[in-house]
Design a protein around this ligand. Structure first.
Ligand code: PEP
Ligand code: MG
Length: 763
């Protein structure tokens, strides 16, 4: 950046006292002024005076955003003093409103002729012809607008616009740090502290009240203006050096010895960390007077502003990478507050997005709830949250912007409500809800040891789904009869590198110990699609849900599968062992995988062989329901993976929030499929269970049981509600209701709900 201040400000007719001030000098003056005691308003007043003088401008004003859509004149040099806090514009209204809306500067020598001009009579601005306004923004969030005006029609230069933007960035940093815009009455805070309600989507049930905790703490820059550029340059160099060394170390480490997505990402990071254009830009900001961290932030803000409105997915992705690398550099420049690292017990974790591994990094019982700006209901992160019994909200737009660590929050995972800084009456209502829930929990606890037998005498065995060591205490608490689905990939996801055979055997052995003779269905590694292991090479695919995943990977990469089978056999060490393979689409796949397991079992010393070995398949693709009879005869057991089966049956992506939840298991077409599977398993004498999420929803569980399913596996927290519903239900009656509804064209789900209400079946 050339020095826009070096040649004096504007072609103004009456240069002010600081007309030849360089941006660095201006920033230094700003810093000195701001170091003096004073409230937010006094500081703003000092800023506008300083800028007006330095730029030989007759007017300098700051407009700040108030509430959702209003800009308020908050300080001015040159306009009428009585208009301060009175003059208001809507975002999008007038030149100032347009700058706030578009996040881009506006410059004109003849403001009155500009199509967007709107005159505010209370300010007395009609005299001023030339106008230069820039947004006050930080990382895509506009906080206000900074304006200079002159009477004579002047053409402000691009350098002047850039320099004013630099000052606006400093104002934004100060606003973010809270050092600037609060006054004695608390008015003038940089963003709303009002109660906010966001209607999003519930992905894991439950209600929680607790303080917000930002997963990525906002890095506040205590002081964006530097004293000594040489020192700042050295700090930047040092931080860049450490960043590059860390990326190199990650790339050379054992964890990413294979190629794959993770390596690609790191390679991209390395490229950006060495990008000369970026480093030059950072140094230019430092020369202008910013600290190293403010320079990094300013470059991010500028890039974000440029990208605003860009629809090119590739560009956006590159930008996200760039943004991430900037954040990493920032963390090497600012020591984060150590206390902020761990949330308080019961805190509500707020993040843009989280992977399952990141959720598992938090100890069980610590988090009260999780709210994500992105994410999907059927994602693996959601499954982990449900397994950990933590309410989860996804698609909560604006949450990372609106919530601050420590803000009181309420999450309602049942209905997708999020309340930030809730009003007292809302808190009271939720406290009542929580106490009701505690009572319900006590009811379910009382059911724990009672059989799940329906009114017409059908026993439906209830198992739990698991995958984490932290799940296992639930076996006893919930009264589950065993683990109907052990998702082994969760253990893999938890690890930074492929777990060794010994690691795996230890984990599986621990599960069997805790199960203490109860049934455990170990499912072999089910990766691909939304389940990604960063250390395992996985090609980029157009349709990953239909791609190289689950047993397909296992059969093509038998080393990994065999190692896992060996670990299971080793863990069983003479005890009964049940293993099932995920996403089997064709009999031949099952036959082959089963053959591998039998071969591995043969290799085990006779006395250490499992007491019994049952081999099953997950039925998750419609094709397997139509497999030859031999399949059903060969499989010891079949478990319907309803999440995937619904996805493939209805061709509806389970991870896309537009399609997930659109189709339900009570759809008559799906119920027919279930009936058919029940019949085919019955004919061949094959054990059958259902282990998708639907098994844990009382109404769905009743419908599936009515179709003849006699074993359901679900997250532990669902066992109580499902058992309560089953104990009050008559499956034969429910079957008849479904059949009648289907025949008469009534929506089956509605008919089932009506029946349950009429017969006091709690669903
Ligand atoms: C399923 O698809 O229903 C299932 C249980 O497997 P996952 O959800 O782990 O894919
Ligand atoms: Mg599945």
């Amino acid at each position: 950046m050339s020095d826009p201040f070096a040649s004096g400000w504007g072609a103004g007719p009456k240069p002010g006292p600081g007309a030849a001030a360089s941006p660095r000098l201006l920033l230094r003056r700003l810093r000195q002024a701001l170091a003096a005691p004073g409230d937010g308003q006094q500081r703003l007043d000092q800023i506008v005076t300083l800028i007006a003088h330095s730029m030989a401008a007759e007017v300098c004003s700051v407009y700040l955003i108030r509430g959702q859509d209003t800009l308020q004149l908050s300080a001015t040099e040159g306009l009428k003093a009585e208009a301060v806090h009175e003059a208001r514009l809507k975002i999008g209204e007038g030149l100032v409103g347009v700058i706030a809306r578009d996040g881009r500067p506006v410059v004109t020598a003849k403001a009155r002729e500009h199509p967007e001009f709107r005159y505010l009579p209370e300010t007395g601005e009609e005299r001023y012809s030339s106008f230069l306004g820039v947004p006050i923004q930080k990382l895509g969030r506009t906080m206000g607008v900074l304006v200079v005006q002159n009477e004579r029609p002047l053409n402000y230069s691009e350098e002047e616009s850039e320099a004013l933007s630099l000052v606006a960035m400093v104002i934004a940093e100060m606003a973010e740090a809270g050092t600037l815009l609060t006054n004695a009455t608390g008015e003038g805070e940089h963003h709303s502290r009002e109660p906010i309600h966001i209607q999003a989507q519930g992905a894991a049930d439950g209600v929680a009240i607790g303080p917000a905790h930002l997963h990525e703490p906002k890095l506040l820059l205590p002081n964006p203006i530097a004293e000594d550029p040489a020192h700042e340059r050295a700090r930047l160099q040092d931080a860049l050096g450490r960043l590059r060394a860390d990326i190199d170390a990650m790339l050379d480490g054992d964890g990413v010895a294979d190629e794959g997505e993770h390596r690609e990402v790191l390679e991209t990071y390395r490229m950006f960390a060495n990008d000369r254009g970026w480093v030059r830009k950072l140094n230019e900001y430092i020369v202008s007077g910013l600290t190293a961290e403010a320079a990094v932030d300013a470059a991010r803000t500028e890039a974000r502003a440029k990208l605003r409105g860009a629809h090119d997915a590739y560009l956006r992705e590159r930008f996200d990478d760039m943004d991430d690398i900037a954040q990493r550099l920032m963390r090497r420049l600012i020591t984060p507050d150590a206390d902020a690292a761990m949330p308080a017990t019961g805190a509500i974790l707020v993040a843009r997005t989280l992977g399952p591994g990141e959720i598992m990094d938090y100890p069980r019982g610590l988090l009260g709830g999780i709210v994500l700006e992105e994410g999907a209901i059927s994602s693996h992160a959601a499954i982990v949250a449900r397994a950990m019994d933590v309410p989860l909200i996804v698609q909560a737009g604006g949450i990372t912007r609106e919530a601050e660590t420590g803000d009181p929050m309420i999450v309602n995972g049942d209905q997708g409500h999020v309340h930030i800084r809730p009003r007292e009456d809302v808190v009271t209502a939720y406290e009542e809800k929580l106490s009701l829930r505690a009572q319900e929990k006590a009811t379910f606890a009382a059911l724990r040891d009672l059989p799940s037998r329906t009114l017409d005498g059908c026993d439906v065995t209830l198992y739990m789904n698991g995958g984490l060591v932290a799940d296992l205490p639930s076996l006893d608490e919930s009264g589950a009869e065993g683990v109907g689905l052990l998702r082994t990939e969760l253990h893999f996801m938890l690890n930074k590198a492929m777990p060794t055979r010994e690691d795996q055997a230890r984990f599986y052995g621990h599960v069997l110990d805790k199960a203490d003779g109860r049934l455990v269905n170990f499912r072999t590694l089910d990766i691909g699609s939304d389940k990604v292991l960063p250390y395992l090479k996985q090609p980029r695919e157009e349709n990953p849900a239909l791609g190289w995943r689950a047993i397909r990977v296992g059969l093509d990469r038998p080393v990994v599968l065999r190692m896992q089978l060996q670990a299971m056999l080793r863990a069983a060490a003479g005890r009964p062992l049940r293993v099932m393979f995920p996403m089997v689409a064709a009999f031949a796949e099952f036959e082959k995988a089963r053959g591998m397991l039998l071969e591995e079992a043969e290799k085990v010393d006779a006395e250490m062989r499992p007491e019994s070995l049952k081999i099953g398949a997950m039925l998750e693709t419609p094709s397997l329901a139509f497999a030859q009879r031999r399949f059903f005869e060969m499989a010891d057991f079949v478990s319907i993976g309803g999440n995937d089966l619904v996805q493939f049956f209805f061709a509806a992506d389970r991870t896309n929030e537009r399609t997930a939840g659109r189709y339900e298991v009570t759809h008559p077409a799906f119920l027919s499929l279930v009936r058919m599977i029940v019949e085919r398993c019955g004919e061949a004498g094959t054990e059958l269970s259902f282990c998708g999420e639907a098994a844990g929803r009382p109404l769905d569980a009743l419908a599936l049981s009515a179709m003849g399913i006699r074993a359901l596996s679900m997250r532990p927290a669902s066992i109580g509600p499902v058992k309560r519903a089953l104990r009050a239900a008559d499956l034969a009656a429910l079957y008849a209701v479904a059949e009648d509804a289907e025949a008469s064209g009534q929506r089956v789900r509605d008919a089932l709900i009506q029946h349950c209400h009429e017969n006091m079946v709690p669903i």
